[in-house]
Design a protein around this ligand. Structure first.
Ligand SMILES: O=c1[nH]cnc2c1ncn2[C@@H]1O[C@H](CO)[C@@H](O)[C@H]1O
Ligand SMILES: [Zn+2]
Length: 352
């Protein structure tokens, strides 16, 4: 029997976590007060936490995303951005996360006149502050919103800030109607610059989105990618993989699976129905992620615990998922290996 406290103590790697989806409820309240944001749906931390979790639990990605109006709404000043970024690292470190890539969309934080550079500098300063003297390495992914038309400009930030903690690019937001190929200019540019990117695909829309993301755009990882299952037929003998699913597995394309979020947005109907275990058994490169800790009322340890209860995973499985994630990180190879050998493996050694 594994406990959540034990899950907290083992080293974990987080590749898919949104900065604006992980605020502490009390911080949302403080920042609303400080910045004069007056549209919050609650005025105490517990009610607000419940509101986020309930409203996000909608069965639709579009409705789920509406809740971000309130977090983005209070993240419009440099001090707010810096505080949210610092607290994000503090919370991840306290949860036993040893490496995290945290993403956010700079274009959403310019409503009150901040420039994209001011937004970047504030968030990166917050990450640096939070990481100081804590056993965690944090890097940043810059996200462009898929319904907007600024991805090429946002991609510039990835290159400009690559030596200051930014390791990659992503597109997020409503998926249906906004295929990855709309942002081809950004992806072409980034490939030319030898920069890394992941794409949210195969969450609210199926295989065509995954196909475009990897075959046309060149995504190195898939944000969720859970609907790759649409291309897997289970048989008596095992499974038949279609072209796309086979390509994802053959190329070892990491799936940034987010179990709780996937249930909330209706990407899967329940945790029991989540294909995590099937994909893991078929040896896809599965990783465990939080997506939005506030909206899903979750942490990495809680996601581990949920998977343990649902699928019976033990420490050897969790080490494998963690090493999968570390291998898939956009950090330089030597730093990935060092974290695997010096931090992750020793952290599980006594347990397996
Ligand atoms: O699971 C998701 N799928 C698609 N978009 C998302 C998801 N979670 C968050 N965002 C979107 O990404 C933006 C930048 O962090 C958030 O503001 C939200 O609109
Ligand atoms: Zn996401």
């Amino acid at each position: 029997m594994i406990t959540e406290e034990q899950c907290r103590r083992v080293p974990k790697v987080l590749l898919h976590d949104h900065l604006d989806g992980g605020l502490r409820p009390s911080t949302v309240l403080d920042l609303a007060r400080e910045t004069g944001y007056d549209a919050l749906p609650a005025d105490d931390a517990d009610t607000l936490a419940t509101w986020f979790a309930t409203a996000a639990n909608s069965g639709s990605l579009e409705t789920y995303l509406e809740t971000f109006a309130h977090t983005v709404g209070v993240m419009q000043t440099t001090s707010a951005l810096r505080r949210v970024a610092r607290e994000c690292v503090e919370d991840l470190a306290a949860d036993g996360v040893v490496y995290a890539e945290v993403r956010f969309a700079p274009e959403l934080h310019t409503e009150r006149g901040l420039t994209l550079d001011e937004v970047m500098d504030a968030v990166l300063a917050g990450f640096a502050e939070g990481s100081r003297d804590r056993p965690i390495v944090v890097r940043c992914l810059v996200t462009a919103m898929r319904h907007a038309a600024r991805s090429r400009e946002i991609a510039d930030l990835v290159v400009t800030y690559r030596d200051r903690g930014v390791v990659g690019f992503d597109i997020a937001g409503a998926e249906a109607g906004f295929p990855p190929s709309r942002h081809l200019a950004a992806f072409d540019y980034l490939r030319g610059e030898c920069a890394h990117f992941t794409i949210h695909a195969g969450e609210a829309f199926g295989l065509p989105s995954i196909h475009e993301a990897i075959a046309f755009c060149g995504a190195e990882r898939l944000g969720h990618g859970v609907r790759v299952m649409d291309d897997v037929t289970l048989t008596e003998a095992g499974a038949d993989l279609g072209l796309v699913a086979a390509y994802v597995r053959d190329k070892r394309i990491p799936l940034e699976l987010c179990p709780s979020s996937n249930v909330q947005t209706g990407a899967v109907s329940s945790l029991a129905e989540h294909p995590f275990d099937i994909l893991a058994r078929l040896r896809f490169r599965v990783t465990v992620n939080t997506d939005n800790r506030l909206m899903s009322d979750t942490t990495m340890s809680r996601e581990f615990m949920l998977l343990h209860r649902q699928f019976g995973y033990g420490w050897a499985d969790f080490q494998r998922f963690t090493v999968n994630a570390m291998k898939s990180a956009f950090l330089p190879f030597d730093e990935r290996i060092a974290l695997i050998d010096d931090v992750i493996k020793p952290g599980y050694a006594g347990l397996i």
